[in-house]
Design a protein around this ligand. Structure first.
Ligand code: ADP
Ligand code: ZN
Length: 517
């Protein structure tokens, strides 16, 4: 059987998607390959097809047991013999699976990385003709990624110890150039065999909203306008999910909640109801979505922000897998990031790791404040480029452009007067001329530019600072307690060589941004 035949006969698809053929042909040629494709891009087929074409067995390393079960079930439905071996499978069921694999009756075995690292399991595998090791969510191997998982680190030596010398296929949806290099380095994959497909999702309209009223009002209006469409609303805590669900039910929106604190039967029911269109809107934590294969999701709202662009794009990317127009809306509230910052503060991870998490948070803040195309911002974050999408909330922003060079210069001078030693809250207070003890302590009232933006509220000044950071006029330095300093573009602005513009805010004192401290 050829890959094309398997595509048609086993999966019922007529043609390969972008990147699939390039990956499969390299895998079939015995190369180690890294496939970077966006969520929904069709990564699974990249190893499932070789698994069926090859004579031996394919081992799929997958980080989540719940995800494994879904994939095995889906394959079985397509008449493909697959099995999972993990801690939920009783030991006495493992040997029969391996025997079936030996007899060619099981072609794919899903395991956790921990399992493949077990010496006894590898001893057992050595009785099988293993052709290929597919490593899903391969970014977990890198400390630079957002989901580092130590067991991934040992995979290379585990694979090298297998008698049948299988080749490796690493797959991920989220890899910045650094992570890619790291994956390649750690798994022995030549960059010539990196297959990286476009990260753009042209059918998704990205929006950032800074709700004028409450987030809840915004969601109600949104749901009213999108009544018959399937959508997911992400909230970052279980409690938040329960509260928003109760609120929406009270207002007669037929939504269902999903989070990892619910009992498994309830979760399975909600997932099914969504899959089969019995419930249109799910309010969920990030636990919802992995392994959900619903193609007609029309919108993904983030009622609270994700904590990095990687997760945001993965979750937002669950919209519009069918290629039809869809929306991904980030309802941005700086307090969400403040909460994440606190979590990172509390974590016991090493400093490098924490610094990277702080940087990732800053990238989310910049996403929420950038005037540039949102799709372009995301794609550039992942080390690629694309032209402006033409339909995101920035590309279609029709508010008049204002020259804010004078205000920007005032803030820049103030930042210099403060010697770049203070955070956004202090700079905003000094810019608006707040009179409080903190200002006295640092001698702010005697600075030339103290109160230079008196006409703005503190919130508006903080929002201006966010904006100036997002466009590189200012920058943040230091991770845990970021201070505001003059950015790359700031020097030219101070010299009067560059002007700064911004879309006009609806009303100058609207609390578009809340001060973090
Ligand atoms: P990923 O793992 O990259 O997020 P999946 O492998 O789950 O994506 O695939 C997403 C969806 O696309 C699935 O419903 C899958 O059946 C479908 N799909 C994959 N490849 C093709 C193809 N060549 N033609 C049509 N549909 C495809
Ligand atoms: Zn755009």
């Amino acid at each position: 059987m050829t890959p094309e035949q398997v595509l048609k006969d086993n999966f019922g698809f007529t043609k390969f998607r972008n990147g699939q053929e390039a990956v499969i042909s390299r895998v079939m040629a015995g190369k180690n390959v890294l496939a970077v494709m966006p969520t929904g891009g069709g990564k699974s087929l990249c190893y499932q097809i070789p698994a069926l074409v090859n004579s031996g067995v394919t081992i799929v390393v997958s980080p989540l047991i719940s995800l494994m079960k879904d994939q095995v079930d889906a394959l079985k439905q397509n008449g493909i013999a697959a099995a999972a071996i993990n801690s939920t499978i009783p030991q006495e069921a493992v040997n029969p699976i391996l025997r079936q694999a030996y007899e060619g009756k099981v072609k794919l075995i899903y395991v956790t990385p921990e399992r493949l690292n077990m010496e006894y399991f590898r001893y057992q595998l050595n009785f099988l003709p293993v052709d290929l090791i597919a490593i899903d969510e391969a970014h977990c191997i890198s400390q630079w990624g957002h989901d580092f998982r130590p067991a991934y680190r040992q995979l290379r030596s585990a694979i090298a110890g297998l008698r049948s010398q299988p080749n490796t296929l690493a797959l991920t949806a989220t890899a910045t150039p650094t992570v890619r290099e790291d994956i390649g380095h750690q798994l022995g994959i030549d960059p010539a065999n990196f297959v990286i497909t476009s990260f753009t999702r042209p059918n998704i309209t990205f929006r950032v909203v800074h709700p004028e009223n409450s987030t809840r009002c915004y969601i109600r209006e949104y749901l009213t306008a999108h009544r018959d469409e399937a959508g997911i609303i992400y909230v970052n805590t279980r409690k938040g999910v329960d509260e928003l669900t109760a609120y929406l039910l009270e207002h007669h929106f037929p939504v269902a909640a999903y989070h990892a604190g619910m009992d498994p039967a309830d979760r399975a029911r909600v997932q099914d109801d969504f899959q089969f269109d019995r419930v249109n809107t799910i309010v969920a934590t990030s636990a919802f979505g992995m392994g959900i294969d619903k193609s007609n999701v029309r919108f993904v709202l983030h009622a609270t922000s994700a904590q990095n662009i990687e997760s945001y794009y993965q979750e937002a990317g669950r919209a519009g897998r069918d290629g039809l127009p869809s929306e991904a809306v980030l309802i941005y509230h700086p307090n969400d990031l403040r909460q994440y910052r606190w979590f990172i503060d509390q974590s016991t991870a090493d400093d490098d790791y924490r610094d990277r998490q702080y940087q990732k948070l800053q990238a989310v803040a910049n996403y929420a404040s950038t005037p540039e195309c949102l799709q372009q911002y995301i794609v550039r974050y992942f080390g690629q480029d694309c032209p402006p999408c033409g339909h995101c909330s920035n590309c279609t922003d029709e508010r008049t452009v204002q020259d804010i060079t004078a205000e920007s210069q005032a803030v820049l001078k103030l930042v210099q007067e403060l010697h770049g030693r203070f955070g956004k809250g202090v700079v905003a207070q000094a810019a608006t001329g707040s009179h409080n003890q903190r200002m006295q302590e640092i001698g702010a009232p005697s600075l030339a530019n103290f109160g230079a933006l008196q006409k703005l509220t503190k919130q508006a000044a903080a929002s201006l600072i966010d904006y100036l950071v997002a466009i590189g006029v200012l920058k943040t330095a230091g991770a845990q307690y970021p201070v505001i300093q003059v950015g790359k573009r700031g020097w030219a602005v101070l010299e009067g060589e560059q002007t700064v513009t911004r879309r006009q805010e609806k009303s100058p004192d609207r609390s578009r941004t809340q001060v973090e401290e």
